[in-house]
Design a protein around this ligand. Structure first.
Ligand SMILES: NC(=O)c1ccc[n+]([C@@H]2O[C@H](COP(=O)([O-])OP(=O)(O)OC[C@H]3O[C@@H](n4cnc5c(N)ncnc54)[C@H](O)[C@@H]3O)[C@@H](O)[C@H]2O)c1
Length: 260
């Protein structure tokens, strides 16, 4: 029996990377998936391959969420996956000393406002049945300080906290609308491209990025999707307000531990 049979799910940032993997695995588990993204060409292509509908949705736009709310009146699962590092256009300083306020705000607009708007919409669309699962993709960067990516780290930390607020609010109303967050680290997707670069040191940069990861490899988008399936399914009906780290062991200990 497929684990998401009959469920209507909406995934943001579904055109590629983790959102694409989640959409594909949800479909394989019997769900009807509405794929959304700002990248219309790639989003349509991914949705066509899965034979599922696509909607253009900029998660930071209240008007876009209102348009979705008019189209999709009832929902069982929302995955707030869309996110940016702020390095997409060009590699600019994002440390606490030199980061521009406009860059700080742009990252929070997508990563935090987007999750707030998504949760607000989902509560409305799940209210009818009083059952549902909201899954917020936060990050390991929301659990520790990241000197070179201050806005990203701050926005992802806030997502963890808002997840708990939504979980408690829904429980207070007596609804079975659950809200949980996933904290991935080092998952091989295009989000890393600006940080890898295409110079001669690309290989070394990739190696350096996983050097502190106990499992010594990047994770795959499907490994995040498997966790999203669990949270979306009726196997997780007692889980709400939880934080699930999936990071190859990165947060399990300190890189400064003594060598044997
Ligand atoms: N890859 C990792 O190592 C990693 C680690 C921790 C957390 N995450 C988080 O996982 C999520 C997915 O990341 P990914 O690695 O698949 O990234 P990605 O860059 O490969 O994909 C992100 C998708 O989001 C879309 N998007 C960007 N801005 C948007 C907006 N305003 N509205 C709607 N869609 C928008 C992009 O078009 C793209 O399709 C993000 O929230 C990211 O922060 C990723």
């Amino acid at each position: 029996m497929p684990r998401l049979s009959g469920k209507t799910c909406l995934v943001t940032g579904a055109a590629r990377g983790i959102g694409e993997a989640i959409s594909r695995m949800f479909v394989a588990e019997g769900a009807n998936v509405i794929l959304t993204d700002i990248d219309v060409a790639a989003g349509r292509e991914t949705a066509r391959a899965l034979d599922m509908p696509f909607f253009q949705l900029d998660v930071s736009s209240e008007a876009d969420w209102q348009a979705i709310a008019r189209e999709v009146l009832e929902l069982d699962v929302l995955v707030n996956n869309a996110g940016i590092t702020g390095f997409e256009g060009e590699m600019r300083a994002h440390d606490p000393e030199k980061a521009a306020l406009s860059d700080w705000r742009a990252v929070h607009a997508v990563n935090l406002d987007g999750v707030f708007l998504g949760c607000r919409y989902a509560i409305g669309a799940m209210r009818v049945k009083q059952v549902g699962s909201i899954i917020n993709i936060s990050s390991r960067s929301g659990m520790v300080g990241i000197p070179a990516a201050a806005a990203y780290a701050s926005s992802k930390a806030a997502v963890r906290n808002h997840t708990k607020t939504v979980a408690l609010y829904c429980a207070e109303q007596g609804w079975n609308i659950r809200c949980n967050s996933i904290q991935p680290a080092a998952i091989m997707t295009p989000i890393w491209e600006p940080m890898f670069g295409d110079g001669p040191d690309r290989k070394e940069r990739i190696a350096a990025l996983v050097a502190d990861t106990p499992m010594k490899r990047f994770g795959q988008p499907e490994e995040i999707a498997a966790l999203a399936v669990l949270l979306a399914s009726d196997e997780a009906t007692y889980m709400t307000g939880a934080e699930l780290t999936i990071d190859g062991g990165l947060l399990a200990g300190s890189a400064a531990s003594a060598k044997r």
